[in-house]
Design a protein around this ligand. Structure first.
Ligand code: PLP
Length: 403
């Protein structure tokens, strides 16, 4: 085995099962391994590298700010946070933002805000607030969050879990209507379930959910940590349904592929439930993260990455659909968040990913049957053609193997 992999395995926890490649460098849509081989990155770090690897303007903003001031206690103001918060609020059309680091922290922040809003504004009786989430969700890995999961592996061995959560089928607005009680604080939902295999709900689902939530005084919280920042061809995936959620979560690409930067965004009435000391984070909102987050937003708009995701995503999906391989049972997605379902009767998605790796294309299976194509949004048509050619070659080889 490769000595670098052995080294990592010796000292590291075995909580991931990476493909056997050791990456050392990245630029744009490409990464290179320690042997100098080049790969096209179709994972973008689970949609965190939308701007491409080591975007020069982002790296420059990061290094210039790192030379000036990187991290201070939130016991003081800095000259960078306000500008970042304004930009992210304007982009997401929300009134206020609270900066955290990882996606899971933004989710936890949303859950705390929803519960406190239920007690202080909606006047739910103490400790009775309920939050509704969806089966098949992925919102992160903390105890509270995996407590909401329906994936046995995410939960097994980690209980007991906190009370106050209810699960309903994804994509079923009627189930939401039936699950709401006077104690319901919020409905937490992904506009597309990314980690569950790029599951796109029926058209109009979120619009109907928004109406149900409004009618019942329930907060609609959209987890756009994976789908936001233009990934699906709109700034927010919920924009496809032309809705205005009570709260939105962003992360991943907000850090420009350089740092963990996440935010909980909400309307004023919801955010104002937090008072000094209620919530915090040592690193959340530090000047380095604020500068990178603001620059990540600037570049997203300046380089028309949202429009690119829409146009090139459609192009990519059409090309995938035209492959007409018996190994493919479905192509799903919006913008440049695409899942290809592999028929498990013939091959596992991991086998196909291993073959793609040999061809210089990095992807990763989700749930054994789905291959993800979520490249940086800066990808070109020519690069998509190159990826399709290689994928088609891998499929042809795999089909021959089946016969
Ligand atoms: N929410 C969604 C929709 C996600 O896809 C993810 C990560 O994949 C998270 C939350 C958790 O983000 P993080 O891994 O930064 O904690």
């Amino acid at each position: 085995m490769h000595s670098v992999i052995e080294h990592e395995k010796l000292y590291g926890a075995h909580h991931y099962e990476p493909l056997p490649v050791v990456l050392t460098r990245g630029e744009g849509v490409y990464v290179w391994d320690d042997q100098g081989n080049r790969y096209m990155d179709m994972m973008s770090a689970y949609s965190a590298v939308s701007h491409g690897h080591c975007h020069p303007e982002l790296v420059n903003a990061l290094t210039e700010q790192a030379k000036k001031l990187a991290v201070v206690s939130r016991a003081y103001y800095t000259d960078k946070l306000g500008d970042f918060l304004q930009k992210v609020c304007e982009a997401a059309r929300q009134e206020k933002a609270l900066a955290m680091n990882t996606g899971a922290e933004a989710v936890e922040t949303a859950l705390k805000a929803a519960r406190k809003w239920a007690y202080t504004v909606k006047k739910v009786a103490e400790n009775k607030a309920e939050i509704i989430a969806c089966e098949g969700n992925f919102h992160g890995r903390t105890i509270v969050i995996v407590g909401m999961s329906t994936e046995p592996q995410y939960r097994n061995g980690f209980g007991p879990f906190p009370a106050g959560f209810k699960l309903i089928p994804y994509g079923d607005a009627d189930a939401l209507r039936k699950a709401i009680t006077p104690n319901t604080a919020a409905f937490l939902v992904e506009p597309i379930q990314g980690e569950n295999g790029i599951i796109v709900p029926p058209a109009g689902y979120l619009k109907e959910c928004a109406r149900i939530c409004r009618d019942n005084n329930v907060l609609l919280i959209c987890d756009e940590i994976q789908t936001g920042m233009g990934r699906t061809g709109k700034f927010l995936a919920s924009d496809h349904d032309d809705i205005h959620p009570d709260a939105v979560l962003l992360g991943k690409a907000l850090g420009g592929g350089l740092l963990p930067v996440s935010v909980f965004l909400a309307r004023r009435e919801v955010m104002d439930v937090f008072t000094p000391g209620d919530h915090g984070s040592t690193f959340g909102g530090n000047p380095l993260a604020a500068v990178v987050g603001a620059k990540a937003l600037d570049i997203l708009f300046k380089e028309n990455l949202i429009e690119r995701a829409e146009e090139l995503g459609t192009y990519f999906r059409e090309k995938l659909e035209k492959l007409k391989s018996p190994l493919i049972s479905a192509v799903r997605g919006k913008g440049l968040l695409i899942g290809v379902e592999i028929n498990p009767r013939y091959h596992s998605a991991r086998e196909i990913c291993l073959q793609l790796l040999k061809q210089g294309v990095l992807s990763k299976e989700t749930h054994h049957t789905v291959i993800r194509f979520a490249p940086p949004l800066i990808i070109t048509k020519e690069q998509i053609d190159e990826a399709i050619k290689k994928f088609s070659h891998v499929l042809a080889q795999a089909e021959a193997h089946v016969c």
